[in-house]
Design a protein around this ligand. Structure first.
Ligand code: FES
Length: 106
C-alpha cells in the first residue's frame, strides 16, 4: 500500500491507502474526491482527471507521455506540474505523494 494525499480545491485533504498498480484517478474516484470527473474512465481521452503534482513530487512522478501531453491541451489552467491522474500509476516510490485538484475540469 502506498499513501496518497489528494487535496481538493477547497483544501480538504484525502489521505488514501492506494494499491500499487492502481492509478491516482482510480483512488480519487473511489474515495469521492470532489473535482475529479474522469469521464473517459482512465483512457487518457477526456482530460477531466487533471491534477497538479506538488512541486516536491514532480521528479518522482516524471513527465507525461506524448499522448498525455496532447490530451492536457484540453485541460483548463494547465501548469508545468499538470498531469492527468489516470496516467499516474501508484508505486512504492510515490509513498506520500501530494497532488492538488484544480478549481474546475472544463
Ligand atoms: Fe479521462 Fe484521465 S480519466 S483522461
Amino acid at each position: 500500500m502506498t499513501k496518497l494525499n489528494i487535496i481538493a480545491f477547497d483544501g480538504t485533504r484525502f489521505e488514501i491507502d492506494a494499491a500499487d498498480g492502481s492509478t491516482v484517478m482510480e483512488n480519487a474516484v473511489r474515495n469521492s474526491v470532489p473535482g475529479i470527473e474522469a469521464e473517459c474512465g482512465g483512457a487518457c481521452a477526456c482530460a477531466t482527471c487533471h491534477v497538479y503534482v506538488d512541486e516536491a513530487w514532480t521528479d518522482a512522478v516524471g513527465a507525461p507521455s506524448a499522448m498525455e501531453e496532447d490530451m492536457l491541451d484540453f485541460a483548463v489552467d494547465v501548469q508545468p506540474n499538470s498531469r492527468l491522474s489516470c496516467q499516474i500509476k501508484v508505486t512504492p516510490a510515490l509513498d506520500g505523494l501530494v497532488v492538488k485538484v484544480p478549481e474546475r475540469q472544463g
